[in-house]
Design a protein around this ligand. Structure first.
Ligand code: SAJ
Length: 417
């Protein structure tokens, strides 16, 4: 069993790069591996290719001290952390091809004694699948030393950090480490203890995979409950935010907030991995996904009705495109889907989009001729219908007199009197 001095982190995205940087600033020798040459060049210059508070300081320090470098090819290392994407395919089963590619890169480098950790959010048994891919290429190795073969230790350690707070939560969150063997779990724990001040909890690989999926499904189910309440409240003519605020005064009730739908790369994806593995039993999980996925269309219908009621010459201000408040991340954002559907349904109507965190419209909207990106004041001045999709601080602090006389669809309860 090797002492861990060198770690290769495969995948330098939102999770891999912060993890590589924090391991390096804690004294390990880290090589980051990515398929994107631009990412490799940026990292080797000490630059972060995306927005994440405090990551820049860690990264530039680690690179300038020579503890972190990036490369296209997987090197030999004492430990490997795989943090590659696991999107879902058209049939909503997980696409494990990036994990396979990582395993193919790692296998030829192994000598026996290495620790290999899968961090990517994965469907149940993906860690074993990764181990199988490696062992198929390396029949001289094993997970438990059977037949006197050299051992590799394989574990799953899901990331649970919140985008925007990654550098804090990497250090302070508790971590779940699931080993295919108990020895793999112990070794992975030792590695994470280098930077993690939270509790490190040991279990098996499949339980660890499920724990991550269950955390995000828990949130999805609870947001779906809030979104369902928003439809029912609308029918009843009551304010859903008032309803939830009052119900949450009960000591054992804690309802989340409704919105225009669920976005981001995690909560709208991960529950499908559970549905895929056991469709007959995953009924609430599936329904929650369907409720949340249906919410954007409901918002679109509301906007179309408001425009019809407003009559000739109506223009629409769309406030917010990000998938949640106070970030610039537009990935899987329901706000973009809503803006696009409205613009396509109403080609004669001007759509004035406001997103204070971006400089230009995303590609889904930039090609649509009736959509324009404006500052909030000009967008409101030019519009008779206002649809709020993201509760950015900039919108919360708006002078509400700017909304006087306009039809308002407030999907986040920001402008409640
Ligand atoms: N949302 C609501 N109502 C709410 C809370 C959220 O509509 O009451 C919406 C948001 O607007 C957004 C979506 O849900 O569109 C997801 O936002 P989020 O803040 O709930 O979560 P993410 O996707 O930024 O991060 C989640 C986190 N998981 C949990 O809180 C259980 C994070 O800890 C995970 O690391 C991350 O997923 C991940 O990478 O899996």
């Amino acid at each position: 069993m090797n002492e861990i001095k060198t770690v290769a982190v495969i995948g330098l995205g939102y999770i891999g790069l912060p993890t590589a940087a924090i391991l390096a600033t804690n004294g390990l020798n880290v090589i980051g591996v990515d398929v994107n040459e631009k990412t490799i060049e940026a990292v080797n210059r000490g630059e972060v290719p995306f927005v994440e508070p405090d990551l820049g300081v860690h990264l530039s320090g680690a690179v300038s001290q020579g503890h972190l470098k990036a490369a296209l090819d997987t090197p030999a290392a004492d430990a490997y952390i795989v943090a590659v994407p696991t999107p879902f395919k058209a049939d909503r089963s997980a696409d494990l091809s990036y994990i396979e590619a990582a395993a193919n890169g790692i296998a030829p480098q192994l000598q026996g004694g290495e620790l290999i950790i899968l961090e990517s959010t994965s469907p149940p048994r993906a860690t074993r699948y990764m181990a199988d891919v490696i062992l198929a290429l390396r029949p001289d190795l094993s997970l438990d030393g059977e037949g006197g073969k050299s051992i590799i230790d394989v574990a799953h350690c899901p990331e649970r950090v919140l985008p925007g707070r990654v550098m804090i939560e990497l250090v302070t969150n508790d971590r779940i480490v699931g080993g295919i063997t108990a020895r793999a779990a112990e070794r992975a724990k030792e590695l994470y203890a280098v930077f993690c001040q939270g509790e490190i909890l040991l279990t098996d690989d499949v339980t660890a995979e499920m724990a991550k999926l269950v955390e995000n499904s828990f949130r999805d189910v609870n947001i779906a409950f809030a979104n369902e309440l928003s439809l029912i409240s609308d029918k009843l003519g009551i304010d859903v935010w008032e309803l939830i605020r009052l119900a949450n005064h009960h000591p054992r009730v804690n309802i989340l907030q409704p919105g225009p739908g669920v976005g981001g790369h995690c909560i709208a994806v991960d529950p499908w991995f559970i549905v895929d593995v056991d469709p007959a039993n995953a009924k609430i999980i599936r329904t929650a996904r369907e409720v949340n996925d249906a919410k954007p269309e409901w918002v679109v219908e509301k906007v179309l009705k408001a425009v019809a009621d407003a009559g000739e010459g109506a223009a629409i201000a769309v406030l917010g495109l990000a998938f949640k408040a106070n970030i610039d991340d537009l990935r899987e954002s329901p706000a973009i889907e809503i803006a696009r559907s409205i613009a396509e349904a109403l080609p004669q109507v001007q759509i004035n989009v406001v997103e204070p965190h971006v400089q230009q419209l995303p590609k889904q909207l930039s090609a649509i001729s009736n959509v324009e990106l404006l500052q909030v004041d000009s967008a409101l001045a030019a519009s008779s219908v206002v649809v709020l999709l993201v509760d950015h601080d900039e919108f919360r602090s708006l002078n509400t007199s700017l909304l006087d006389g306009k039809a308002l669809i407030d999907t986040r309860g920001v402008f409640r009197s």
